[in-house]
Design a protein around this ligand. Structure first.
Ligand SMILES: CC(C)(COP(=O)(O)OP(=O)(O)OC[C@H]1O[C@@H](n2cnc3c(N)ncnc32)[C@H](O)[C@@H]1OP(=O)(O)O)[C@@H](O)C(=O)NCCC(=O)NCCS
Length: 138
């Protein structure tokens, strides 16, 4: 049996999250991709992280008001000072589509977007620090 995937973040989107079309504003999704990647990075090593880059964010499908959205994460690379996290975003359709009335979704799962986020571990001066302890130089 395949183990259940546990998202870093799962949330219900509300009217405050919509754009002028009534679908979900892309910035809300980006903000949560950023947060989900930081949750994943903290599992790898406890540091203060800043976001250095987000690669290839493409929105495949809209997210509707009332959808439940899950942000799944996977660490794809641990470098010297950076961690690359892939974030995959899935919507459970419980909300209204553009052509359908509210509440007509039945929980269908749709991949809406994915991205790779590079986070850099930084010290209290904001400069990069090693993710893992490094051997002493002699
Ligand atoms: C993050 C920051 C401290 C990095 O400083 P820097 O001088 O670029 O650091 P470095 O060149 O040593 O790179 C640090 C790591 O990032 C990686 N990196 C740098 N640019 C990258 C890019 N465009 N894509 C992917 N990785 C990148 C480097 O490969 C290195 O990783 P490694 O040590 O694992 O090999 C600095 O750019 C910064 O403060 N940026 C602003 C961060 C921020 O405020 N984010 C929130 C946005 S509002």
């Amino acid at each position: 049996m395949t183990p259940e995937r546990i998202p870093a973040i799962k949330l219900l989107l509300l009217p405050k999250d919509t754009n002028a079309l009534g679908t979900i504003f892309g910035g809300v999704i980006l903000s949560n991709i950023d947060l989900a990647s930081a949750v994943e990075a903290r599992k790898v090593a406890a540091h203060r992280y800043v976001t250095k880059a987000m690669h290839e964010v493409e929105f495949h499908e809209p997210v509707y008001l009332g959808d439940i959205v899950s942000f799944y994460t996977e660490t794809v690379r641990v470098g010297r000072t950076s961690i690359t996290v892939r974030v995959s975003v899935e919507a459970e359709r419980w909300g209204a589509g553009i052509t359908s009335p509210a509440g007509t979704g039945h929980g269908e799962k749709v991949k809406v977007t994915e991205a790779e986020v590079v986070l850099v571990a930084v010290n209290d001066k904001g400069r990069p620090v090693p993710i893992r302890p490094e051997p002493m130089q002699v």
